[in-house]
Design a protein around this ligand. Structure first.
Ligand SMILES: NC(=O)c1ccc[n+]([C@@H]2O[C@H](COP(=O)([O-])OP(=O)(O)OC[C@H]3O[C@@H](n4cnc5c(N)ncnc54)[C@H](OP(=O)(O)O)[C@@H]3O)[C@@H](O)[C@H]2O)c1
Length: 288
């Protein structure tokens, strides 16, 4: 991957702007083992071989499966690799996503991540709020964040981030401990965090958009397709390039289980969108 898109600090570590999200490596519904374990391992190794130095994961992907794949594929880890994980949820036996915010559950989640990734300290841990599974919803994060901050004091966690949060919760969090990143849903067609991204950029806090390609429902837009065609790129590359140009603190983590898609996505770091393409793409968010 080229350096055209530059880098940004995640905690105390510089990472390239374009990272990789490992969620798609678990089985269907992010539950159980992958259909093709060898292929999942290959995707992870290819990502790092192509310069990815920021991988997003969680021990509740699988559960445990994704972290175990990362360890098998990449340990001993390259010095420059930053693995970011998240805690705050657990999986039901029916693959459901359930809140897991008691001190015991949060502590166990950190221990599970340490063990399954095979590391002594977790570089960045996001507290993923679950007041509403599908959209950020208000509610105090003081109790769970205090537990995470204590785990940080114990040296098990280097840096703390927040996920699926509102501006009010980020402000509350920043009063309790240093917050180095925010991970919320954001892409060309889902832009509720526009103002938040700009305020985080001013504060030097990384914004990591999840579902950068639309997630389980990949982005579809005739404007996006037309712009991509005009530039000789794919719609997914244009969607990622738009995120990279939207603000300097945006660190997209596109997910894929395919080496071909991985290569396609990483090439977006080189794609510079001209002003007229940016104008057309900006209009998508306005109209849906
Ligand atoms: N904090 C949170 O609550 C939260 C929630 C969801 C996700 N995340 C994180 O965000 C990361 C990214 O989210 P995501 O993976 O769900 O969504 P995404 O990156 O928006 O999209 C992934 C989907 O797009 C497909 N895809 C990827 N590259 C493609 C390409 N070049 N052409 C066509 N299709 C392509 C993938 O299928 P293929 O496998 O076939 O390529 C997959 O179905 C996850 O890996 C996870 O780490 C965090």
């Amino acid at each position: 991957m080229s350096q055209t898109a530059g880098s940004f600090s995640l905690g105390t570590r510089p990472v390239k702007r374009l990272g990789y999200g490992a969620m798609q490596l678990a089985g269907p519904g992010v539950f159980g083992p992958p259909r093709d374990r060898a292929a999942a391992i290959t995707v992870l190794r290819e990502a790092v071989a192509h310069g990815v130095d920021h991988i997003d994961t969680s021990d509740f992907y699988g559960p445990h499966v994704t972290n175990q794949l990362i360890r098998e594929a990449l340990a001993p880890y390259p010095d420059d690799l930053v693995i970011v994980t998240k805690i705050g949820a657990r999986r039901g036996s029916d693959a459901s996503w359930l809140p897991a915010f008691s001190p015991e559950e949060l502590t166990r989640a950190v221990e599970d991540n340490l063990r399954n990734l095979g590391v002594d300290v977790l570089e960045v841990v996001n507290l993923r709020l679950m007041f509403d599974v599908h959209a950020p919803a208000e509610g105090s994060l003081e109790a769970p964040l205090t537990v995470l901050a204590e785990l940080q004091r114990q040296g098990k966690v280097r840096h703390v981030g927040l996920s699926h949060v509102t501006p009010t919760q980020i402000a509350e969090g920043r009063r309790l401990c240093e917050i180095v990143c925010v991970q919320n849903q954001y892409n060309l067609t889902h832009r509720s965090d526009d103002a938040l991204i700009d305020s985080l950029a001013e504060a030097g806090i990384a914004y990591v958009p999840f579902f950068p390609l639309g997630g389980f429902t990949p982005l579809q837009s005739s404007t996006l397709s037309e712009v991509a065609q005009g530039l000789g790129a794919t719609p997914m590359q244009v969607a990622l390039a738009w995120l990279l140009q939207r603000a300097p603190n945006i660190l997209p983590i596109p997910g894929t289980s395919s080496v071909a898609h991985l290569r396609e996505n990483l090439a977006a770091a080189d794609l510079v969108l001209p002003p007229e393409a940016l104008r057309a793409l900006d209009g998508i968010g306005a109209t849906g």
